[in-house]
Design a protein around this ligand. Structure first.
Ligand SMILES: Nc1ncnc2c1ncn2[C@@H]1O[C@H](COP(=O)(O)OP(=O)(O)OP(=O)(O)O)[C@@H](O)[C@H]1O
Length: 256
């Protein structure tokens, strides 16, 4: 479903992503890993069109989507989550999730203001969808809670819920386990499998190696912007280039 080909991003004298090529099949769980500064976040920004690449292409469902902009990419069915969720602080959990759904409303602006039957149908659909998403994330009991009052792990889940509300085909998860304790991480791994089972394909950028090895079906390893390895978790764990890249880095060990 996704083909990244020769993707390159240069910032001044620094090549953050260099000739990166990989593909993703619908329904597989792929992680992109690498030491700090390897170019993972930049890669996500290029796929989700928050940045335009210096060269290379991103194709989604056979269409070239390189640099078309984040809103256009979201309409095509790709959404990303952010490491920090500060955007929804003043809303309840359910309100924030409803916001993610808005792009699908069919009523006209006048219809929304005058509460036309179509606008009321939209509201009912949005509400039902928001409730399904909250149920999937195990957050139904927090629907009325203010986002600002959520503990860190649930705030992270809310970011995922808002992204899922847009009904994407592909979700880019930026460090979904950062700052979570081991129980929360275990639940996070289960959640990613559930998301995949719902027909939404996840890609992760993540530093928590134990979680990456447990959840991923395939892993792409980058170092200094270039892909140095690709394979199953077992293949990656015994790959010499990967072990070398992680030795002496501040990251957690690769899990050997
Ligand atoms: N907007 C920018 N302008 C200049 N340099 C940048 C910019 N964004 C990223 N970089 C540089 O590009 C390189 C790759 O950064 P990136 O954030 O993609 O790495 P990363 O693998 O996600 O790192 P981390 O794991 O620490 O989040 C780094 O050297 C970073 O300093």
């Amino acid at each position: 479903m996704l083909e990244v080909s020769g993707l390159t991003k240069v910032f001044g004298g620094l090549t953050a992503v260099k000739d990166l090529t990989f593909t993703l099949q619908r329904g597989e769980i792929l992680s992109i890993i690498g030491p700090n500064g390897a170019g993972k976040s930049t890669c996500f920004k290029l796929i989700s069109s928050f940045m335009v690449p210096t060269s290379g292409t991103v194709r989604f469902n056979g269409q070239d989507i390189t640099g078309i902009g984040p809103h256009a990419v979201a309409r095509k069915g790709i959404v990303r989550t952010f490491q920090e969720n500060t955007a929804f602080q003043d809303m309840t959990v359910r309100e924030a999730v409803l916001l993610g759904y808005q792009k699908d409303c069919k009523a006209s602006l006048a219809g929304m203001i005058l509460r036309s039957p179509q606008a009321r149908r939209d509201d009912r659909e949005a509400g039902a969808h928001a409730d399904r998403v909250l149920d999937l994330l195990g957050m139904s009991s927090h629907a009325g809670t203010l986002a600002a009052g959520l503990p860190h792990g649930l705030l992270r889940n809310l970011g995922i819920a808002v992204a899922l509300a847009a009904r994407p085909q592909l979700i880019l998860l930026d460090e979904p386990f950062a700052g979570l304790n081991s129980d929360e991480t275990k639940r996070g791994v289960e959640l990613i499998r559930k998301i995949r089972d719902e027909g939404i394909t996840p890609i992760l950028v993540e530093h928590d190696m134990a979680a990456v090895m447990s959840v991923s079906e395939r892993i792409v390893v980058v170092n200094f912007g270039s892909k140095i390895a690709e394979g199953t978790p077992a293949e990656i764990q015994r790959n010499d280039k990967v072990i070398e890249a992680y030795l002496g880095s501040e990251d957690e060990e690769i899990g050997l």
